[in-house]
Write a protein of this length. Structure first.
Length: 329
Protein backbone atom coordinates (compact mmCIF):
# COMPACT_ATOMS: atom_id res chain seq x y z
CA UNK A 1 0.00 0.00 0.00
CA UNK A 2 1.43 3.38 -0.98
CA UNK A 3 1.71 6.06 1.66
CA UNK A 4 0.65 9.62 0.81
CA UNK A 5 1.60 12.61 2.94
CA UNK A 6 -1.14 15.21 2.61
CA UNK A 7 0.16 18.60 3.65
CA UNK A 8 -2.69 20.93 4.58
CA UNK A 9 -5.10 18.00 4.89
CA UNK A 10 -7.37 19.75 7.41
CA UNK A 11 -8.39 22.51 5.01
CA UNK A 12 -11.31 22.65 2.60
CA UNK A 13 -9.85 20.93 -0.46
CA UNK A 14 -7.29 18.95 1.56
CA UNK A 15 -9.87 17.29 3.81
CA UNK A 16 -11.91 16.06 0.83
CA UNK A 17 -8.73 14.64 -0.67
CA UNK A 18 -7.87 12.85 2.57
CA UNK A 19 -11.25 11.06 2.38
CA UNK A 20 -10.85 10.06 -1.25
CA UNK A 21 -7.26 8.82 -0.89
CA UNK A 22 -8.35 6.69 2.09
CA UNK A 23 -11.37 5.37 0.19
CA UNK A 24 -9.12 4.44 -2.72
CA UNK A 25 -6.94 2.35 -0.42
CA UNK A 26 -4.00 4.64 0.30
CA UNK A 27 -2.29 4.98 3.64
CA UNK A 28 -2.71 8.67 4.52
CA UNK A 29 -0.65 10.86 6.82
CA UNK A 30 -1.78 14.46 7.32
CA UNK A 31 0.28 17.48 8.32
CA UNK A 32 -1.50 20.75 9.10
CA UNK A 33 -0.68 23.74 11.31
CA UNK A 34 -4.44 24.22 11.91
CA UNK A 35 -4.16 27.98 11.35
CA UNK A 36 -6.94 27.86 8.78
CA UNK A 37 -7.69 24.12 8.81
CA UNK A 38 -10.12 22.35 11.15
CA UNK A 39 -9.51 19.27 13.29
CA UNK A 40 -13.19 18.35 12.82
CA UNK A 41 -12.60 18.11 9.07
CA UNK A 42 -10.04 15.35 9.56
CA UNK A 43 -10.84 11.73 8.82
CA UNK A 44 -10.03 9.56 11.86
CA UNK A 45 -8.50 6.91 9.59
CA UNK A 46 -5.61 9.28 8.76
CA UNK A 47 -2.58 9.73 10.99
CA UNK A 48 -2.24 13.38 11.97
CA UNK A 49 0.70 15.63 12.83
CA UNK A 50 0.14 19.22 13.87
CA UNK A 51 3.14 20.93 12.29
CA UNK A 52 3.93 24.10 10.38
CA UNK A 53 5.92 23.13 7.29
CA UNK A 54 8.23 26.09 7.87
CA UNK A 55 9.51 24.22 10.94
CA UNK A 56 12.18 22.28 9.08
CA UNK A 57 13.38 20.17 11.99
CA UNK A 58 9.89 18.87 12.79
CA UNK A 59 8.97 18.41 9.16
CA UNK A 60 12.12 16.44 8.41
CA UNK A 61 11.53 14.15 11.39
CA UNK A 62 8.02 13.37 10.10
CA UNK A 63 9.41 12.55 6.63
CA UNK A 64 12.11 10.30 8.13
CA UNK A 65 9.62 8.51 10.41
CA UNK A 66 6.84 8.10 7.83
CA UNK A 67 8.81 7.59 4.62
CA UNK A 68 5.97 8.65 2.30
CA UNK A 69 5.88 7.54 -1.34
CA UNK A 70 4.45 10.85 -2.44
CA UNK A 71 3.33 14.27 -1.22
CA UNK A 72 0.11 16.14 -1.98
CA UNK A 73 0.52 19.78 -1.00
CA UNK A 74 -2.41 22.04 -0.02
CA UNK A 75 -0.85 24.01 2.84
CA UNK A 76 -1.17 27.62 1.76
CA UNK A 77 -3.06 30.81 2.47
CA UNK A 78 -5.70 31.28 -0.21
CA UNK A 79 -7.70 34.49 0.13
CA UNK A 80 -7.08 36.91 -2.73
CA UNK A 81 -8.33 40.02 -0.91
CA UNK A 82 -6.26 39.36 2.21
CA UNK A 83 -3.18 38.70 0.08
CA UNK A 84 -3.43 42.22 -1.37
CA UNK A 85 -3.19 43.66 2.16
CA UNK A 86 -0.73 41.17 3.70
CA UNK A 87 1.54 40.02 0.86
CA UNK A 88 4.44 39.16 3.18
CA UNK A 89 2.33 36.63 5.08
CA UNK A 90 1.54 35.01 1.75
CA UNK A 91 5.21 34.88 0.75
CA UNK A 92 6.12 33.36 4.11
CA UNK A 93 3.37 30.71 4.31
CA UNK A 94 3.23 29.82 0.66
CA UNK A 95 6.65 30.45 -0.90
CA UNK A 96 8.91 29.93 2.12
CA UNK A 97 6.73 26.96 3.15
CA UNK A 98 7.32 25.42 -0.27
CA UNK A 99 11.06 26.12 0.03
CA UNK A 100 11.29 24.09 3.25
CA UNK A 101 9.02 21.33 1.93
CA UNK A 102 11.17 20.91 -1.18
CA UNK A 103 14.38 20.98 0.88
CA UNK A 104 13.02 18.21 3.11
CA UNK A 105 11.79 16.17 0.13
CA UNK A 106 15.20 16.49 -1.50
CA UNK A 107 17.09 15.62 1.68
CA UNK A 108 14.92 12.59 2.45
CA UNK A 109 14.69 11.28 -1.11
CA UNK A 110 10.95 11.80 -1.66
CA UNK A 111 10.58 12.83 -5.30
CA UNK A 112 6.89 13.03 -6.20
CA UNK A 113 4.55 15.90 -5.41
CA UNK A 114 1.06 16.90 -6.50
CA UNK A 115 0.50 20.60 -5.97
CA UNK A 116 -2.61 22.65 -5.39
CA UNK A 117 -2.27 25.55 -7.83
CA UNK A 118 -4.81 28.03 -9.07
CA UNK A 119 -6.34 29.78 -12.06
CA UNK A 120 -5.16 32.93 -10.24
CA UNK A 121 -1.76 32.22 -11.86
CA UNK A 122 -3.25 33.40 -15.18
CA UNK A 123 -4.54 36.81 -14.08
CA UNK A 124 -6.98 38.80 -16.21
CA UNK A 125 -7.33 36.80 -19.41
CA UNK A 126 -9.37 37.98 -22.39
CA UNK A 127 -9.47 34.79 -24.49
CA UNK A 128 -11.63 31.92 -23.21
CA UNK A 129 -11.25 29.06 -22.53
CA UNK A 130 -7.95 29.28 -20.67
CA UNK A 131 -5.48 26.57 -21.66
CA UNK A 132 -2.23 25.62 -19.93
CA UNK A 133 -0.44 27.59 -22.68
CA UNK A 134 -2.27 30.82 -21.84
CA UNK A 135 0.41 33.23 -20.51
CA UNK A 136 0.55 33.55 -16.71
CA UNK A 137 0.28 37.07 -15.36
CA UNK A 138 -1.08 37.05 -11.79
CA UNK A 139 -2.78 40.21 -10.60
CA UNK A 140 -2.62 39.54 -6.85
CA UNK A 141 -0.02 38.23 -4.37
CA UNK A 142 -1.97 34.98 -3.88
CA UNK A 143 -1.74 34.08 -7.58
CA UNK A 144 1.86 35.26 -7.65
CA UNK A 145 2.83 32.91 -4.80
CA UNK A 146 1.18 29.95 -6.55
CA UNK A 147 3.13 30.71 -9.71
CA UNK A 148 6.36 31.08 -7.74
CA UNK A 149 5.72 27.72 -6.07
CA UNK A 150 5.25 26.11 -9.49
CA UNK A 151 8.55 27.60 -10.67
CA UNK A 152 10.34 26.31 -7.58
CA UNK A 153 9.14 22.79 -8.39
CA UNK A 154 10.20 23.19 -12.01
CA UNK A 155 13.79 23.97 -11.07
CA UNK A 156 13.87 21.26 -8.38
CA UNK A 157 12.77 18.79 -11.05
CA UNK A 158 15.65 19.85 -13.30
CA UNK A 159 18.23 19.84 -10.50
CA UNK A 160 17.09 16.99 -8.25
CA UNK A 161 14.56 15.01 -10.28
CA UNK A 162 11.60 15.89 -8.05
CA UNK A 163 8.60 15.18 -10.31
CA UNK A 164 5.47 17.27 -9.88
CA UNK A 165 1.96 17.67 -11.13
CA UNK A 166 0.57 21.14 -10.63
CA UNK A 167 -3.22 21.37 -10.69
CA UNK A 168 -4.61 24.80 -11.46
CA UNK A 169 -8.11 24.84 -9.99
CA UNK A 170 -10.79 27.17 -11.22
CA UNK A 171 -13.57 27.78 -8.62
CA UNK A 172 -13.55 24.93 -6.10
CA UNK A 173 -17.10 24.40 -4.83
CA UNK A 174 -19.47 21.98 -3.12
CA UNK A 175 -18.95 19.54 -0.27
CA UNK A 176 -18.73 15.84 0.49
CA UNK A 177 -22.03 14.24 -0.64
CA UNK A 178 -23.37 13.62 2.86
CA UNK A 179 -22.53 17.18 3.95
CA UNK A 180 -20.19 15.98 6.71
CA UNK A 181 -17.27 18.13 5.53
CA UNK A 182 -17.29 21.30 3.45
CA UNK A 183 -16.09 24.86 3.01
CA UNK A 184 -15.42 26.95 6.12
CA UNK A 185 -13.19 30.00 5.69
CA UNK A 186 -12.70 32.86 8.08
CA UNK A 187 -13.41 35.45 6.83
CA UNK A 188 -15.69 33.84 4.24
CA UNK A 189 -15.32 35.54 0.89
CA UNK A 190 -16.55 32.85 -1.52
CA UNK A 191 -19.77 33.16 -3.42
CA UNK A 192 -21.61 29.90 -2.65
CA UNK A 193 -21.19 29.94 1.16
CA UNK A 194 -22.18 33.61 1.19
CA UNK A 195 -25.30 33.00 -0.93
CA UNK A 196 -26.35 30.19 1.40
CA UNK A 197 -25.92 32.39 4.47
CA UNK A 198 -29.04 34.29 3.34
CA UNK A 199 -31.55 31.41 3.70
CA UNK A 200 -29.72 30.45 6.93
CA UNK A 201 -30.58 33.95 8.23
CA UNK A 202 -26.91 34.72 8.78
CA UNK A 203 -27.03 37.65 6.36
CA UNK A 204 -29.81 39.80 4.98
CA UNK A 205 -28.84 39.57 1.30
CA UNK A 206 -26.09 38.56 -1.08
CA UNK A 207 -24.20 41.43 -2.69
CA UNK A 208 -23.64 40.91 -6.39
CA UNK A 209 -20.32 42.52 -7.20
CA UNK A 210 -20.93 44.32 -10.49
CA UNK A 211 -23.74 43.97 -13.03
CA UNK A 212 -22.09 45.84 -15.88
CA UNK A 213 -19.54 43.26 -17.00
CA UNK A 214 -19.39 42.28 -20.65
CA UNK A 215 -21.11 38.92 -20.02
CA UNK A 216 -24.53 37.46 -20.90
CA UNK A 217 -26.28 38.99 -17.87
CA UNK A 218 -23.71 41.58 -16.80
CA UNK A 219 -22.42 39.56 -13.79
CA UNK A 220 -19.09 37.71 -13.55
CA UNK A 221 -18.78 34.22 -14.97
CA UNK A 222 -16.76 31.50 -13.23
CA UNK A 223 -16.11 27.80 -13.81
CA UNK A 224 -17.32 26.06 -10.60
CA UNK A 225 -15.79 22.61 -10.10
CA UNK A 226 -16.84 20.16 -7.39
CA UNK A 227 -14.26 19.55 -4.67
CA UNK A 228 -14.61 15.74 -5.07
CA UNK A 229 -13.90 16.06 -8.80
CA UNK A 230 -10.77 17.97 -7.77
CA UNK A 231 -9.87 15.18 -5.33
CA UNK A 232 -10.29 12.58 -8.06
CA UNK A 233 -7.78 14.52 -10.19
CA UNK A 234 -5.24 14.46 -7.33
CA UNK A 235 -5.46 10.68 -7.02
CA UNK A 236 -5.06 10.36 -10.80
CA UNK A 237 -2.13 12.81 -10.72
CA UNK A 238 -0.13 10.92 -8.08
CA UNK A 239 -0.84 7.65 -9.91
CA UNK A 240 0.44 9.31 -13.08
CA UNK A 241 3.67 10.16 -11.24
CA UNK A 242 3.94 6.68 -9.71
CA UNK A 243 3.96 5.33 -13.27
CA UNK A 244 7.18 7.28 -13.83
CA UNK A 245 5.75 10.04 -16.00
CA UNK A 246 7.17 13.53 -16.37
CA UNK A 247 6.10 16.68 -14.57
CA UNK A 248 2.98 18.43 -15.86
CA UNK A 249 0.64 21.34 -15.26
CA UNK A 250 -3.13 20.84 -15.70
CA UNK A 251 -6.17 23.07 -15.49
CA UNK A 252 -9.06 21.66 -13.49
CA UNK A 253 -12.47 23.03 -14.39
CA UNK A 254 -15.67 21.86 -16.04
CA UNK A 255 -15.12 23.88 -19.22
CA UNK A 256 -18.41 25.65 -18.60
CA UNK A 257 -19.22 28.88 -16.77
CA UNK A 258 -22.02 30.26 -14.59
CA UNK A 259 -22.77 33.88 -13.83
CA UNK A 260 -23.29 35.17 -10.29
CA UNK A 261 -27.00 35.61 -11.05
CA UNK A 262 -27.25 32.04 -12.34
CA UNK A 263 -25.62 30.76 -9.14
CA UNK A 264 -28.22 32.56 -7.04
CA UNK A 265 -31.03 31.05 -9.13
CA UNK A 266 -29.53 27.57 -8.70
CA UNK A 267 -29.29 28.12 -4.93
CA UNK A 268 -32.96 29.20 -4.85
CA UNK A 269 -33.92 25.93 -6.57
CA UNK A 270 -32.00 23.84 -4.05
CA UNK A 271 -33.11 25.77 -0.97
CA UNK A 272 -36.68 26.20 -2.19
CA UNK A 273 -37.03 29.89 -1.44
CA UNK A 274 -36.14 33.25 -2.85
CA UNK A 275 -32.71 34.63 -1.93
CA UNK A 276 -32.51 38.40 -1.56
CA UNK A 277 -29.78 40.02 -3.66
CA UNK A 278 -28.49 43.55 -3.97
CA UNK A 279 -26.24 44.94 -6.64
CA UNK A 280 -22.96 46.36 -5.38
CA UNK A 281 -19.89 47.88 -7.08
CA UNK A 282 -17.37 45.62 -8.79
CA UNK A 283 -14.83 43.95 -6.48
CA UNK A 284 -11.27 45.08 -7.25
CA UNK A 285 -9.25 42.52 -9.18
CA UNK A 286 -12.20 40.44 -10.45
CA UNK A 287 -11.87 39.40 -14.09
CA UNK A 288 -15.20 39.27 -16.00
CA UNK A 289 -14.92 35.65 -17.02
CA UNK A 290 -12.76 32.62 -16.15
CA UNK A 291 -13.42 29.33 -17.91
CA UNK A 292 -11.01 26.41 -18.10
CA UNK A 293 -10.12 24.26 -21.01
CA UNK A 294 -9.87 20.84 -19.34
CA UNK A 295 -8.79 19.05 -22.50
CA UNK A 296 -5.26 18.35 -21.30
CA UNK A 297 -6.34 16.77 -17.98
CA UNK A 298 -8.92 14.68 -19.84
CA UNK A 299 -6.39 13.45 -22.37
CA UNK A 300 -3.36 12.83 -20.16
CA UNK A 301 -4.87 12.01 -16.74
CA UNK A 302 -8.10 10.46 -18.07
CA UNK A 303 -9.98 12.79 -15.71
CA UNK A 304 -13.58 13.86 -16.37
CA UNK A 305 -15.60 15.97 -13.94
CA UNK A 306 -18.77 14.14 -12.90
CA UNK A 307 -20.62 16.57 -10.63
CA UNK A 308 -23.25 18.90 -12.09
CA UNK A 309 -23.93 22.43 -10.89
CA UNK A 310 -27.02 21.12 -9.13
CA UNK A 311 -24.94 18.54 -7.23
CA UNK A 312 -22.45 21.25 -6.27
CA UNK A 313 -25.19 23.43 -4.79
CA UNK A 314 -27.02 20.54 -3.15
CA UNK A 315 -23.90 19.23 -1.39
CA UNK A 316 -22.90 22.76 -0.31
CA UNK A 317 -26.39 23.26 1.15
CA UNK A 318 -26.15 19.95 3.01
CA UNK A 319 -22.92 21.08 4.65
CA UNK A 320 -23.93 24.65 5.44
CA UNK A 321 -27.43 23.84 6.68
CA UNK A 322 -25.97 21.30 9.12
CA UNK A 323 -22.93 23.46 10.08
CA UNK A 324 -24.45 26.93 10.42
CA UNK A 325 -21.36 28.24 12.19
CA UNK A 326 -18.94 26.13 10.22
CA UNK A 327 -17.00 23.60 12.26
CA UNK A 328 -17.56 25.63 15.44
CA UNK A 329 -20.75 24.02 16.71
N1 LIG B 1 -19.07 37.42 -5.71
C1 LIG B 1 -20.20 38.23 -5.51
N2 LIG B 1 -20.58 38.47 -4.22
C2 LIG B 1 -19.95 37.95 -3.13
C3 LIG B 1 -18.82 37.12 -3.36
C4 LIG B 1 -18.41 36.87 -4.66
O1 LIG B 1 -20.80 38.73 -6.45
O2 LIG B 1 -20.37 38.24 -2.01
C5 LIG B 1 -18.65 37.12 -7.08
C6 LIG B 1 -17.22 37.54 -7.37
O3 LIG B 1 -17.18 38.87 -7.83
C7 LIG B 1 -16.84 36.54 -8.45
C8 LIG B 1 -17.66 35.30 -8.13
O4 LIG B 1 -18.69 35.72 -7.26
O5 LIG B 1 -17.22 37.00 -9.71
C9 LIG B 1 -16.85 34.21 -7.45
O6 LIG B 1 -16.16 34.78 -6.37
P1 LIG B 1 -15.38 33.90 -5.30
O7 LIG B 1 -14.82 34.84 -4.28
O8 LIG B 1 -16.28 32.81 -4.84
O9 LIG B 1 -14.22 33.22 -6.14
P2 LIG B 1 -13.05 33.85 -7.06
O10 LIG B 1 -13.59 33.80 -8.47
O11 LIG B 1 -12.76 35.23 -6.58
O12 LIG B 1 -11.91 32.91 -6.86
Amino acid sequence: MKKILIVGGAGYIGSHNVRLFLDRGYDVVVIDNLNTGHLDALDSRAKFYKCDIRNKEELKKIFLDEKPDGVVHFAALSLVGVSMKQPLEYFSNNVYGMQILLEVMHETGVNKIVFSSSAATYGDVKEMPITEDTPTNPINPYGETKLMMEKMMKWCDIAYGIKYVSLRYFNAAGAYDDGSIGEDHNPETHLIPLILQVPLAKRDHISVFGDDYDTRDGTCIRDYIHVMDLADAHVKAIEYLFKGNDSQIFNLGTGDGQSVKEMIIEAEKVVGKEIKKEFAPRRAGDPAKLIASNKKAKEILGWTPKYTLHMIMESAWKFHSTHKDGYKK
